[in-house]
Design a protein around this ligand. Structure first.
Ligand code: MG
Length: 236
């Protein structure tokens, strides 16, 4: 493909900068449920998981984003729990803490981002998430990549999720107003990442992941591993 040279690369997070984990989501909610209702932990954990799954289904269906507190509120309503706000916070922390081992940045990320920055390419992150920004940034800092990413956009701070165009516009604006035609998106989800980025006018690079839903869209390039991105950019 010919066209404008690449000024920015924007990455998805889960399954792109981190390994894709087939995690036991119910177990990750048990930590929160034990804080919310120790005597009904199994029931509440199941309600939290159901609320999260419903939240994702509705978010994907209508493009609307939200926060983990929305999930907790829905589960509390479904189980008739009357939970004070501070206990919500404590339960959220327990849940995110349980996620921590599954949030490791891939070892090839820091060298790749350093190489891109050396080429004066801006780096962005756009993650579909209901988790708070501070937790994402805590994990990125732990792995030494936070300061390598110029603009980090989490949909928990936005009204919309990928593939909505406004999510992509938000990260391009945060990068200082990069034109979509001069930006490349890298992700593992054909609908959210590839279709969304292309609709926003960006070039889109897919890292295939058999565990995510398929979608009828043709990426501008496909790579098996993140370092292969350098070859793709060289050709552009
Ligand atoms: Mg992903």
């Amino acid at each position: 493909m010919s066209g404008a040279s690449v000024e920015a690369v924007v990455f998805d997070w889960g399954g792109t900068l981190t390994p894709f984990h087939d995690v036991d989501l119910l177990d990750l909610w048990r930590a929160a449920a034990r804080r919310l209702a120790p005597e009904r932990a199994e029931e509440v954990a199941a309600a939290l998981l159901a609320a999260e799954q419903r939240w994702w289904e509705e978010a994907v269906a209508n493009g609307r984003s939200g926060t983990t507190h929305d999930v907790l509120r829905a589960a509390a309503a479904a189980t008739g729990l009357d939970v004070p706000t501070e206990l919500h916070d404590e339960a959220l922390l327990a849940h995110l803490d349980a996620w921590t081992p599954h949030t490791r940045t891939l070892p090839e990320v820091a060298p790749l981002l350093t190489e891109l920055r050396g080429r004066r390419i801006k780096i962005g992150l756009l993650s579909n998430t209901h988790w708070p920004r501070q937790w994402h940034e805590h994990w990125l800092a732990r792995d030494g990549v936070l300061d390598l990413i110029d603009a980090r956009v989490y949909t928990s701070d936005l009204p919309w999720l990928k593939p909505h165009r406004q999510a992509f516009d938000a990260v391009l604006a945060a990068l200082g107003g990069v034109a979509p035609a001069r930006a490349v998106f890298v992700g593992d989800r054909p609908l959210d990442d590839i279709s969304g980025a292309k609709n926003a006018g960006m070039r889109a690079v897919l890292i295939p992941n058999n565990a995510v839903p398929g979608y009828d869209v043709v990426p501008d390039a496909t790579i098996e591993r993140l370092p292969d991105l350098l070859g793709v950019l060289a050709a552009w």
